[in-house]
Write a protein that binds this ligand. Structure first.
Ligand SMILES: C[S@@+](CC[C@H](N)C(=O)[O-])C[C@H]1O[C@@H](n2cnc3c(N)ncnc32)[C@H](O)[C@@H]1O
Length: 314
């Protein structure tokens, strides 16, 4: 029988978004029901964000509240991916260690499957005092993206995230390679000549965050709804959803903001759940799904729904 849980703020055929505190909403999810948690929490930035980020001194204690439920709701081969930026100590040209402390705290519960770095070439050169005025630091343009797992062998397949080959690699596959030693002494065998349909990506992900006229933004402007001020680019969840899940798996973003994760999951045919504390962000997030729903409108009334209670049913 279906248990009565909180109603979604909005839903599509593949997923639901809920307005509320992730801490409470997570409690409503059954054990081992989520294949991938991917999220970008408020960072401990010096400049306070409108959605209320805690400072770097209290950060690890704030985040710790989520860790047991993240672990509980994930399937045994599930993954938890966290996008987090570093910050500076107020008034000094030195870095906070808050995110490294967080890494160690999370690893009391999870394995660190791999650390990734998201290079965002469009980041601004801040803090201006150190970077553009005194010129004693360079631009901080990399976020840490940590991939945690419950087991040492989480579900993952890098064949699903291959990059197009470089021109030189294409030439090498076509014309062949004479096996020889590299200057490093490393033997390169003729296996390198095999066409694997693309190159294995590195753990440095380069995506500019420069969205300026997307459907989401246009609809927010038209409706007088504030755009979410700290969205990640769709390529970030897209990479991990493709890498760590398969169709129909369940993806959760518990601190979802404008539901970029939900939109990408829906597009990739994964079921999804998104939570956020701020209603206005979800009002805007809804626009991400309306174009798709409009497209389908003539053919179908919505055929199915996917809510938290769907996980209890089966
Ligand atoms: C960095 S933003 C996420 C942005 C999102 N990745 C996107 O692309 O739109 C972090 C979000 O966490 C939300 N948040 C903070 N604490 C929360 C909590 N306890 N429960 C649910 N949401 C929370 C904030 O409202 C904010 O929208």
């Amino acid at each position: 029988m279906t248990r009565k849980l909180q109603q979604p703020y909005f839903e599509t055929s593949m997923g639901s978004a809920y307005h509320g505190d992730a801490f409470d909403l997570l409690k409503q999810l059954p054990d081992n029901s989520i294949n991938l948690i991917i999220t970008s929490p408020p960072f401990a930035l010096q400049r306070k964000k409108e959605y209320g980020n805690v400072g770097h001194d209290e950060y690890v204690d704030w985040f710790r509240q989520f860790i047991p439920d993240f672990y509980r709701v994930l399937t045994d081969d599930g993954s938890f991916v966290l996008d987090i930026g570093g910050t500076w100590i107020k008034g000094k040209p030195v870095r906070s260690l808050y995110h490294f402390r967080l890494l160690l705290a999370i690893c009391e519960t999870f394995h660190l499957a791999q650390d990734f770095y998201w290079y965002n070439p469009s980041k601004l050169p801040t803090p201006a005092e150190w970077v553009t005025v005194r010129r004693i630091r360079v631009k901080d343009a990399v976020n840490h993206v940590w991939w945690f797992s419950k087991s040492e062998f989480p579900k993952a397949n890098n064949r699903n995230v291959l990059k197009p080959y470089s021109d030189s690699m294409k030439k090498l596959i076509k014309n062949g390679y004479t096996p020889k030693k590299r200057p490093s002494g490393h033997e390169i065998s003729d296996k390198f000549q095999k066409d694997n349909q693309g190159a294995i990506p590195p753990n440095l992900l380069a995506f500019a965050n420069t969205e300026s006229n997307s459907y989401y933004q246009r609809r927010c402007r038209e409706s007088g709804i504030k755009e979410h001020p700290a969205r990640f680019p769709a390529q970030l969840p897209e990479f991990f959803i493709n890498f760590l899940t398969t169709e129909d798996d369940v993806v959760l973003d518990p601190l979802a903001g404008s539901c970029v994760t939900g939109e990408v999951a829906e597009f990739l045919n994964r079921r999804w759940l998104c939570f956020d504390l701020v209603e206005e962000y979800l009002q805007g997030a809804q626009f991400r799904f309306e174009a798709r729903e409009e497209d389908d409108k003539e053919e179908v009334e919505r055929q199915s729904t996917f809510r938290m209670e769907s996980l209890l049913d089966g």
